[in-house]
Design a protein around this ligand. Structure first.
Ligand SMILES: Cc1ncc(COP(=O)(O)O)c(C=O)c1O
Length: 471
């Protein structure tokens, strides 16, 4: 028979089958098309094929032809007849293609055996059961409208719940209208800096140690990131007045990242005063403010002045970074310029997570989880500090009892060398240098150690590896 049309698709009950170009006689052409689809991995071993009746109808050819094609391909080893009825691609088919195994998916990024990098919570403690219940209630009760394109500012239910929660737990002055839900604090910061750049800001002060990705976000928006020194009382606010042209300062006031100190109360007042006098803004990154172990967490700076502080919060430390849930609380006059950096229908956090989070907070599960994790992390931090004191007397840990990391300073050694020694013990820690602003003149050095990431079963092994690296 003459060549058939190229690239035809055949529909079956519950199965779409795409065969390539069928050429030559119908029988030979169909056999070749099957072989080619298996060779190219478009039909993987175990793929169920349509019945001969359905395929014949879809291709407009006689059923007997399909029956013969199937039976010949079975005898050649490409297909297997299933017990009862049905046909599937044979598990041995890959041997006929000359490949011994199927193509492997790309390998995930390699994980260190012991992971003490900062930034990760204990993922194995994610409250799966309670989250499942929240998701289930969400799917059962969400209005149909929620399944469509919704407000890029975020679901109103979550914005209202967050406004109440943040006022209660972090001392914010917030209304739902000022809350924007975003895909983690990282997206929140991108929206903020793009909005500020649009409003005419050109320079933003940053702490001399901080997240490189945050400095990059500033640069990408065309803003200059001007470093200010950090000492044991946090960022040196007095220097802001000496740096002309600043439009804002980015701070981690509750727990400096990564040095681990809190902004002194005098400096909290001074930075608010600076913002009011100069008509500038404070961007408050409250990434782990819930975790203070010696006393109640200090309230957010935003509580002191909701007109000059842009608040950035996240579920990445309190729950899991993979949820990609973060929130901004904006001064009234900035809501429009910052939220307009999102597209018209761009919903960067899907409604299921947003409404599940609403449910999770409203049911009290979020508070319970944070309390449990606080106790868990407090114990870990204590064990880490005791281990270091016992096994490495020359080492000092910097920072207050808070958050999910500590900084280790070893005067006689540099941080990068320590991180390399750790790597030889299959332990990942991060040198302080990784967080240093390129123009910083600080001579502080050390490694940043996250104590949250290992699962309970991996924790003691990680501590042992650290002791070996510190020797
Ligand atoms: C200082 C700081 N801010 C914010 C974040 C949270 O980012 P996100 O919410 O995008 O996960 C992190 C996470 O590592 C962080 O270390």
């Amino acid at each position: 028979m003459t060549a058939r049309t190229a690239d035809r698709g055949a529909r079956t009950t519950g199965l779409d089958l795409h065969l390539g170009h069928i050429s030559g006689t119908v029988r030979a052409g169909l056999m070749d098309a099957f072989r080619e689809a298996i060779r190219a991995d478009r039909l993987a071993p175990g793929t169920r094929l349509p019945s001969s009746r359905v395929l014949a109808a879809d291709l407009g050819i006689g059923r007997n032809t399909v029956v013969r094609v199937y039976s010949e391909l079975i005898s050649e080893g490409w297909l297997t007849a299933l017990r009862g009825s049905g046909t599937e691609v044979s598990q041995r088919a890959t041997e006929l293609t000359g490949r011994r195994t199927r193509r492997q998916p790309a390998r995930p990024r390699s994980q260190p055996v012991h992971d003490l990098r900062p930034g990760y919570p204990d993922l194995s403690s994610f409250p799966r059961e309670e989250w499942i219940r929240a998701v289930k209630r969400t799917i059962s009760t969400a209005p149909f409208e929620a399944f469509g394109y919704t407000d890029p500012h975020g679901r109103s239910e979550l914005r209202e719940t967050l406004a109440r929660y943040l006022a209660r737990a972090r001392g914010l002055r917030a209304r739902a209208d000022n809350v924007i839900v975003c895909s983690g604090a990282a997206e929140g910061l991108r929206l903020v800096v793009a909005g500020l750049a649009k409003a005419g800001v050109t320079k933003v002060a940053v702490e001399e140690f901080g997240l490189q990705t945050q400095r990059q976000a500033l640069l990408k928006a065309g803003l200059e990131a001007v470093p200010i020194p950090v000492d044991s009382d946090g960022a040196d606010i007095s220097l802001l007045d000496r740096s002309p042209g600043l439009g804002a300062v980015l701070l981690t006031p509750s727990h400096q990242f990564p040095l681990g100190v809190a902004l002194h109360s005098d400096r909290r007042a001074a930075v608010v005063d600076w913002a009011r006098r100069r008509g500038t803004l404070i961007i408050e990154d409250d990434y782990d403010g819930e975790f203070r172990y010696d006393r109640s967490p200090v309230g957010a700076l935003q509580g002191l002045d909701h007109d000059h502080v842009i608040y950035l919060g996240t579920a990445s430390k309190s729950l899991a970074p993979g949820l990609r849930l973060g929130w901004l609380v904006l001064p009234d006059h900035l809501v429009e310029v910052i939220s307009s950096q999102k597209g018209e229908t761009e919903e960067t956090a899907g409604f299921v997570n947003q409404l599940a989070m609403t449910d999770f907070i409203e049911s009290g599960a979020y508070d319970r989880h944070i309390r449990a994790m606080r106790a868990h992390y407090r114990r870990r931090r204590q064990q880490l500090v005791e281990t270091i004191r016992q096994h490495s007397p020359g080492t000092q840990e910097a920072g207050m009892p808070a958050g999910l990391h500590v900084v280790l300073e070893q005067p006689a050694r540099n941080g990068s060398e320590l991180a390399r020694r750790a790597a030889r013990e299959h332990l990942a820690v991060e040198p302080l240098d990784l967080f240093r602003h390129p123009e910083s003149t600080s001579d502080r050095d050390g490694v940043v150690i996250g104590f949250a990431a290992p699962s309970p079963s991996g924790w003691s092994g990680a501590l042992d590896a650290l002791v070996r690296a510190l020797r």
